[in-house]
Design a protein around this ligand. Structure first.
Ligand code: AHM
Ligand code: MG
Length: 280
């Protein structure tokens, strides 16, 4: 596992440099979810693939930008699923974006997720790595990642980060969002889940929602590459997750590698409040 984390450090440095100096633009291709691929998405995917190919313990890789699972070493133990550049359309406006990694043992099943990590490319380059507890690392002047601190969510926070088009929200989601604002929560939503979830985690609590909408009942975020890796980190930080009805996002069944789900990650108070409103 340690060699995978070391390789994620190298990947983060390479992608961070690519973001600074590579020309922007679109390719002629669409990925599985139907997004036109940005050149930077494809480049980041390639950087990650090249690093992971060097690692014996990796059995296979799968990413948001690949149609299917790609074998690496048949004797390997881990399948690494990743979103190479989350929020990539925000590079144009110079907002923070990130890379997300989920490390599954043997099979792509929620209970087989044994570690996860993300890199955030903002004013600083940071990594959060999580086996038993999420740990924050920052890229320092000596060109190495320095351990900063363990991350923990408070029982209740102050930030409310909710995505998807409001015209398509359910009445229950509207009611929930209004309740939090009435309780003096502050709105935070950048359009890159890495940045929004990182902010909530660093500021101690709150909630990030990507609900179902009338036109997208399965919402937008991808289970294998985005949702479960962050659910792992949030639950290990002492927070909770749900799809609106479940007791944890880990109750989901993976039927298809690119499947999506409504998802909510947050402090205990906010998730319990949401579940109550969704149930009534
Ligand atoms: P991407 O991985 O193609 O960049 O898309 C995922 C992103 C999330 O990071 C973000 O939270 C969400 O899509 C934003 O979507 P919306 O604009 O519908 O709220
Ligand atoms: Mg993404």
């Amino acid at each position: 596992m340690n060699e995978i984390f070391k390789s994620i450090e190298k990947i983060a440095i390479k992608i961070s440099n690519a973001l600074k100096y590579t020309e922007l633009g679109y390719t002629d291709h669409k990925n599985q979810t139907g997004d036109v691929q940005l050149k930077l998405d494809v480049l980041s995917d390639k950087i990650i693939e090249e690093e992971f190919k060097k690692i014996d313990s990796i059995k296979a890789i799968i990413s948001e930008e690949k149609d299917d699972i790609q074998d690496i070493n048949l004797d390997g133990k881990y399948i690494v699923a990743y979103d190479p550049l989350d929020g990539s359309s925000l590079v144009d406006v110079n907002f923070a974006v990130g890379s997300i990694f989920g490390i599954y043992e043997h099979e792509l099943k929620p209970k087989n997720l044994v570690a996860s990590a993300y890199a955030i490319y903002g004013p600083r380059l940071e990594l959060v790595i999580c086996i038993d507890k999420p740990q924050l690392y920052r890229f320092a002047e000596n060109k190495e990642f320095k351990f900063i601190k363990d991350l923990k969510l408070a029982e209740k926070g102050k930030l409310n980060s909710t995505g998807a088009s409001q015209w398509g929200w359910s009445q229950k989601h509207r009611e929930f969002v209004k309740k939090l604002f009435d309780e003096k929560y502050r709105l935070r939503y950048s359009g890159a889940m890495v940045a929004d979830l990182h902010q909530i985690l660093l500021k101690g609590g709150g909630i990030f929602s990507y609900p179902a909408t009338t036109d997208a009942p399965k919402a937008k975020l991808r289970v294998v590459f985005e949702v479960l890796p962050f659910a792992y980190i949030y639950e290990k930080a002492g927070g909770k997750t749900t799809d609106g009805n479940s007791n944890s996002l880990f109750e989901i069944e993976i039927k298809e590698v690119h499947q999506t789900t409504p998802c909510f990650f947050g402090s205990s108070y906010e998730i319990e409040t949401l579940k109550k409103i969704y149930k009534d």
